[in-house]
Design a protein around this ligand. Structure first.
Ligand code: CO
Length: 134
């Protein structure tokens, strides 16, 4: 069912500093910041030859990454995103096995304009998993 690793998302308290670490220290190609109001984050994309790293900074008081940053004040890996061919087939397959889908269970449009879903970390080895229809 799982396809490629689409990205690893890292929550950061300061997006400009995080982007500079990847651009200046690590010599990576880093995009301009993109506001994702529906997801409560501002994001930059770090392009690697085989995948992407997304740096996420909280946007707004109700940002879903705010609590994570309170527990991890210097930042940390927030989720991994795997590609699937058909997100509804994947969702129904996982739900039938007892996995918990976050939110109302319906895909939202992610940062790349494609449908995404998040899965409960307790069902996936302690890691928040995002599925994206490739
Ligand atoms: Co993501």
């Amino acid at each position: 069912m799982l396809g490629r690793l689409n990205h690893v998302a890292i929550a950061v308290p300061d997006l400009a500093k995080g982007a500079d670490v990847y651009r200046s220290m690590l010599g990576a190609k880093v995009s301009a910041p993109q506001v994702e109001a529906a997801h409560g984050v501002t994001v930059v994309f770090v392009e690697l030859p085989n995948t992407k790293i997304e740096l996420l900074e909280p946007l707004g008081e109700n940002s879903p990454i705010r609590a994570f940053l309170e527990k991890n004040p210097s930042g940390g890996i927030h989720h991994v995103c795997y590609e699937v061919e058909d997100i509804l087939v994947a969702r129904d397959h996982l739900k039938a096995q007892g996995a918990r889908v976050l939110g109302d269970g319906n895909p939202k449009t992610g940062a790349h304009g494609k449908p995404v879903l998040f899965l409960h970390p307790k069902d996936f080895c302690g890691t928040l998993v995002e599925l994206e229809q490739a």
